[in-house]
Design a protein around this ligand. Structure first.
Ligand code: B3K
Ligand code: ZN
Length: 880
């Protein structure tokens, strides 16, 4: 299994043979499912007649093979661990194969597998080759007809892509359903589900008046958890019609919830398969964040029907073509449906923490990579989120109208085709008449660009000179970088008026909020007629995925926090101000000096709290009152000192809480409500604000704060409030108080895996020093299983990713625990194993002692017989 070879973008060739139509039949059996495939195959007109037929196939047992009805002799073909070769084939023919596969042994959850006894599939990226022999690449698009045969009792429901066209009973208690999907698709969009499922059904009438049946299939006990997903689906369908002019195309759209799933969900044509965590919600089991996540993922998978399915990727290097665009689409949808500024703040806060860290680590890669060993390792924040940021910049560069017209061109021109990122950008260039050639570098250059900015106000000339200098640090395989085209949205806020000043650049009046274009390594922008000294507000709305440094003083930041007309930059000014204070405290902690709280931060928070009664967006205020996360603070430090960061942040929280206790209490009281739970923006905003206030009150660690949390827990009003209260109690150093609550919660929800995931996570993310012992203890809990990815993420993933002080224990036990799990998962589920290693790959960021301990664990993993997934990540991590 070791030393797998990379695939290179530069080696791309169109397929020698394509499949135009595939007829599949599945006779389901846990140990030996029989898959018959009849493929209608044609040779590519430009390829040579002598070219053999090469099909992908892994872990398949070939039972029969024939061409145009003639069984092949043993010397006419060859099978190895990667696939099937037929030495001589006609120009056009039918290939019949029959293979057996074992879904019950499939713990990798790729291909056809069983989850809670039901059968389901996951084919993207290269899972279809574990189902049958096939050209498993996205540029082969075929129509599919799928017959599923199952047991009448065990599998009363038999689903596949498209529309059901025939059903009937068979001898031996079996039955079948045949499905036809008229839209040509790559095999990664194939899906099959069979099991004892129940459905919730609804209807949607498209803009042109077509009736579509919508179904959500779940296990019976989850029938009451589908309302929100269904409502979200309908909103997303309408939104895509109104915003992009895209209608749904089949008569039926199905969503199925499964418990064992590697990712969030999968956009299979007409039959989306979802991780149950990404579809099921109920006020008593799901938090506001989960409701919003479900809405976003339902929309994301639905939007793929155009951006991904009707127009797909030529090869997997183009993955961001569908993912970046679709994430951008779902972000805009969620912004339109909820609080737009909060959506942006949350997305950026996450992006700057996690994607920046990826860009700065050993697995950094361009949004369009040029090589990979295992494509499953490239479903990353760079491909998804940075890809979305690039599409957002494009939208802002060309303007919405040209962007929409470019998107229309793209969908019309390439419908039914597998295309490249250039094809997409070309449509935007054509629609706008702009030259986007320099902009394209965003796709090929890895790493986070850094901009150093400084400005001077010339009182005599009434000029403001802003100088921007860009530099992208070296990343693995890319030592040298070229300047990018970086759009900077900005304003100049007058220090006297507190208002955005009119901007005049080289004689041109640009309004009060404009975009300047940084294309060179260094550029100076001279604004004239600037009547008063300004503070610049730069990269408004996070107009480019860059790190922008500007030597703001604390007064400047407090000023922007109070006056910036851009809500996002007001929030960002608050974060920058808090970071400056945190820097001092981190230094004080390291030097053993007494910590002193910066009064400017206290005053800034006091003014924020004073807005609580009058603000029309409580959710934004809640974000502004939230300190930068430990992970984000760590990102700003040259060398990460997890303990100092934790101590400094805790100190700031407690100081603010003590100084502003009455204000927090007033906000807490004012935002409590007995109204029935609804996942609506206004309620969510009030709950967030109330819960942020509660967190400060509990941080004081006196009885009053703890009692509020206990009461909120006991009131049992909705999961958002209950979970928050339980987390605060469990993470408090007064944890003697949390045990009864944890026990009650665990007993009450023992039957609900999604709630139990939260129960596991809350415990293993506590900052107290027994967290690691708790992880060990909980791994022996009867409800824990390494075979369920959600559980692994809830326990091991949450510990390693979110509990920074305990994962990075100086004795290295956190690292050891993670490596032990990775080694075991490498055999069971390589995709999840490879993802789980991430925190260990960031060893360069820590002190020498920790570096050694982390590398030692990486080396211990490397000594195993590794899957390509884990091999690729570990090799990169150790190559640094
Ligand atoms: N396209 C899927 C990704 C599945 C990949 C698994 N290896 C989910 C999504 O982006 O919609
Ligand atoms: Zn996607």
């Amino acid at each position: 299994m070791s030393d797998p070879k990379p695939t290179y973008l530069s080696d791309y060739r169109p397929p020698a043979h394509r499949v135009t139509h595939a007829e599949l039949s599945f006779d389901l059996d846990p140990a030996a499912t029989r898959v018959k495939a009849r493929l209608h195959v044609e040779r590519h007109p430009e390829r040579e007649a002598a070219e053999p037929l090469v099909l992908d196939g892994e872990q398949l047992t070939l039972e029969a093979i024939a061409i145009d009805g003639q069984p092949l002799g043993e010397d006419e073909y060859a099978v190895d661990e990667h696939g099937l070769t037929v030495h001589r084939v006609p120009e056009r023919f039918q290939l019949d194969t029959e293979v057996t596969i074992a879904p019950q042994e499939n713990t990798a959850l790729e291909g056809l597998y069983q989850s809670n006894g039901m059968y389901c599939t996951q084919c993207e990226a290269e899972g279809f080759r574990r189902i049958t022999f096939y050209p498993d690449r996205p540029d082969v698009m075929a129509t599919f007809s799928t017959t599923v045969i199952g047991d009448v009792e065990r599998e009363p429901v038999l689903l596949a892509n498209g529309n059901p066209v025939e059903r009937g009973t068979l001898p031996g208690g079996r039955h079948f359903v045949t499905w036809e999907d008229p839209f040509p698709k790559p095999c990664y969009l194939f899906a099959l589900v069979a099991g004892d499922l129940e459905k919730v059904e609804d209807r949607f009438t498209t803009a042109s008046g077509r009736e579509v049946t919508l179904q959500i299939w779940v296990e019976e006990e989850n029938l009451d958890k589908t309302d929100h997903a269904m409502a979200s689906l309908k909103r997303a369908m309408r939104w895509d019609e109104e915003t992009y002019g895209r209608e749904y195309d089949l008569d039926l759209f199905m969503i199925v919830a499964v418990n064992d799933f590697n990712m969030g969900a999968m956009e299979n044509k007409g039959l989306n398969i979802f991780n149950s965590a990404a579809v099921l919600t109920h006020p008593h089991t799901a938090t506001d964040a989960a409701f919003q996540r479900v809405e976003g993922i339902v929309a994301h998978e639905y939007f793929h029907n155009w951006s991904g399915n009707r127009v797909t990727c030529r090869d997997w290097f183009q993955l961001s073509l569908k993912e970046g665009f679709t994430v951008f689409r779902d972000q805009c949808f969620s912004a339109d449906t909820n609080s737009a500024p909060v959506k942006r703040i949350q997305d950026v806060a996450f992006f700057r923490t996690a994607q920046f860290a990826e860009d700065a680590g050993p697995t950094a890669h361009p949004v369009r990579p040029d090589h990979y060993i295992e494509i499953s390792n490239f479903y990353t924040l760079t491909i998804y989120e940075k890809g979305a940021e690039i599409v957002r910049m494009l939208r802002n560069l060309v303007g919405w109208e040209a962007f929409r017209s470019g998107s229309d061109r793209y969908f019309e021109r390439f419908d039914g085709q597998a295309v490249t990122i250039e094809d997409f950008v070309d449509c935007m260039a054509e629609a706008s008449g702009q030259d986007l050639s320099q902009f394209l570098r965003w796709y090929s250059q890895a790493g986070t660009p850094e901009i150093d900015a400084h400005g001077e106000y010339d009182y005599a000339e009434c000029e403001y000179r802003l100088t921007l200098r860009q530099r992208t640090p070296a990343t693995p395989d890319q030592p040298e970088k070229l300047p990018l085209h970086i759009p900077i949205r900005m304003g100049l806020v007058g220090t006297k008026s507190g208002e955005d000043l009119t901007l005049t650049l080289e004689g041109e009046q640009l309004g009060r909020d404009t975009v300047i274009h940084l294309r060179e390594e260094e550029q100076t922008f001279v604004f004239s007629d600037v009547a008063e000294a300004p503070v610049p507000s730069l990269a408004r709305g996070f107009s480019a995925p860059v790190k922008l440094r500007f030597p703001y003083g604390r007064e400047d930041l407090a000023f922007l926090l109070a006056n910036d007309s851009d809500g996002f930059n007001r929030w960002d000014a608050g974060q920058r101000l808090a970071l400056l204070a945190l820097d001092d405290l981190i230094a004080a902690h390291r030097n053993g000096v007494e910590k002193v709280m910066d009064p400017r931060v206290v005053e800034a928070f006091r003014s924020l709290l004073a807005q609580a009664d009058t603000t029309d967006d409580k959710a934004v205020l809640a974000e502004m009152l939230t300190l930068p996360s430990e992970a984000y603070i760590a990102e700003q430090q040259p060398l990460v000192d997890v303990d100092a960061i934790h101590a400094a942040r805790t100190f700031v929280k407690q100081s603010l809480a003590l100084a502003l206790r009455d204000d927090f209490l007033a906000v807490y009281e004012a935002n409590r409500s007995d109204a029935p739970y609804a996942p609506e923006p206004e309620q969510i905003g009030a709950r967030s604000l109330k819960n942020v206030a509660l967190a400060y009150l509990v941080a004081i660690e006196d009885d009053a704060g703890i009692e509020h949390a206990q009461q909120q827990f006991a009131a049992d009003h909705n999961m958002t409030d209950v979970r928050h209260a339980l987390t605060l109690l469990t993470h408090s150093s007064r944890d003697d108080l949390s045990d009864p609550a944890l026990r009650a919660f665990g007993e009450k929800w023992a039957h609900d895996p999604l709630v139990m995931d939260q129960w596991f996570s809350i415990q293993v993310t506590r900052p107290q020093s027994d967290a690691l012992e708790r992880v060990r203890f909980l791994m022996d809990h009867p409800a824990f299983s390494l075979k369920n990815p959600n559980r692994v993420r809830a326990l091991v993933g949450a510990f390693a990713g979110q509990n920074r002080v305990n994962f990075h224990r100086p004795d290295g036990q956190g690292y050891q625990l993670l490596a032990d799990v990775v080694i075991e998962l490498n055999r069971l589920n390589p995709e999840i194993a490879a993802r789980l290693i991430t925190p260990l790959t960031r060893w360069q960021r820590f002190d020498e002692g920790r570096q050694e301990l982390m590398k030692r664990e990486l080396e211990r993993i490397r000594a195993e017989e590794l899957s390509p997934n884990v091999y690729e990540v570990v090799e990169k991590a150790l190559a640094q």
